[in-house]
Write a protein that binds this ligand. Structure first.
Ligand SMILES: [Fe+2]
Length: 142
């Protein structure tokens, strides 16, 4: 395990109770922390772009997994509005993160605190709100 500054740390308050989702969220947090450390360490533009690419790649993979679980669990059949809103949040995040990635590729100066503040806040809010609702449903609640 890499040692470094932890922008975000896993804790039980983030758990949804769905093992696959929770494992992926822990991985996402590790990748986010690694990317943050790369920027903090003043990594070159190439390293920064790679760190963001890794983060986006894993995030998209994770969103696909969650959306598969929604599908197989009948989330959209029972709570179509909730499912649509959840998927919309995923799409909005992917769009915003991809815009940051493009700006980095174009060599635009991006404020590191702003970028990681956005990533961190989004993740915490989404995992503690929207994903909790999904977890409750998949665990047999309502
Ligand atoms: Fe989600």
């Amino acid at each position: 395990m890499k040692v470094g500054h932890q922008l975000l740390q896993w804790s039980d308050t983030l758990a949804t109770g769905i093992a696959r989702i929770d494992q992926q969220h822990q991985m996402l947090i590790n990748i986010l922390n690694d990317a943050n450390n790369c920027f903090r360490a003043g990594g070159n533009a190439e390293a920064q772009a790679k760190a963001i690419e890794d983060l986006i790649g894993y995030t998209i993979y994770h969103f696909d997994s969650e959306e598969e679980l929604m599908e197989s669990g009948g989330y959209g059949d029972r709570l179509p509005d909730d499912e649509k809103a959840h998927v919309r949040e995923h799409r909005a995040f992917a769009k915003a993160a991809t815009e940051y990635q493009l700006a980095l590729k174009q060599g635009k100066a991006i404020d590191h605190e702003t970028l990681f503040g956005f990533l961190n806040n989004w993740l915490v809010n989404h995992v503690m709100g929207t994903d909790q609702e999904l977890g409750k449903f998949l665990n047999g609640g309502c």
